[in-house]
Ligand binder design. Structure first.
Ligand code: CO
Length: 208
């Protein structure tokens, strides 16, 4: 890729936006009030705004390897806190994707250096659901199911945070688990039963 081309693309994009609305960038510069916090994978093929068909300003976005929400990661925890407490988003989305390299890497018995502690969080998801996963004989089906279960567990991690528990009580904030299917381009809603999971985990993880 010619990096100079990016600046040409950008100029064309500015022109296009101003053609539709001459005040477009004035509005953009004024501030943000996104409705959605999107937590997704850094994978280059899963571009948040494009797959959701939304525009700048619509979603607060956090991406990392395999869309993880580890409670000791200051980065994702700060993003959740800022989006829920200050931006007052009403939806938190965790979006994984099939063929996720991070999930595949976690399933291999290899020393991956600095990635080891990160990927161990995915191995923990496998351990929690090993009864179900070990019954799946086709390797690729097992990976895909782990992608789904990982999204589910990261939703649970979102629900464990005090800011999300508070926002649920105060304004009915919802948590959603999705998987993006690279082969079809579709977003699949895993239909995470947020109130049910919340009531179940509150027995242990209630924070106030
Ligand atoms: Co991925």
């Amino acid at each position: 890729m010619n990096i100079e081309q990016i600046f040409e693309n950008n100029k064309a994009w500015v022109k296009e936006k101003l053609k539709i609305d001459e005040h477009y960038f004035d509005h953009l510069a004024k501030g943000q009030s996104p409705e959605i916090l999107y937590i997704g994978c850094s994978d280059s093929r899963v571009s948040a705004e494009e797959i959701m068909g939304i525009s700048p300003g619509d979603a607060f976005v956090h991406r990392n390897i395999a869309n993880m929400v580890p409670n000791t990661d200051l980065n994702v925890m700060s993003v959740i806190d800022f989006a829920v407490t200050h931006l007052k988003v009403n939806h938190v989305v965790v979006c994984g994707h099939y063929n996720c390299g991070g999930v595949k890497a976690a399933m291999q018995s290899a020393d991956l250096g600095i990635l080891n502690p990160w990927l161990r969080n995915i191995r923990d998801v496998y351990r929690i659901h090993s009864d179900e996963l070990n019954k799946i004989e086709v390797e690729n089906d097992k990976y895909n199911r782990l992608v789904e279960l990982n999204v589910q567990e990261q939703c649970v991690n979102v629900i464990k945070t005090s800011v999300v528990q508070k926002a649920y009580r105060e304004r009915n904030l919802t948590v959603h688990g999705w998987v993006f299917d690279l082969k079809s381009g579709s977003i699949i809603d895993l239909k995470i039963d947020f109130p049910h999971i919340l009531s179940k985990i509150m027995e242990i993880y209630r924070l106030d």
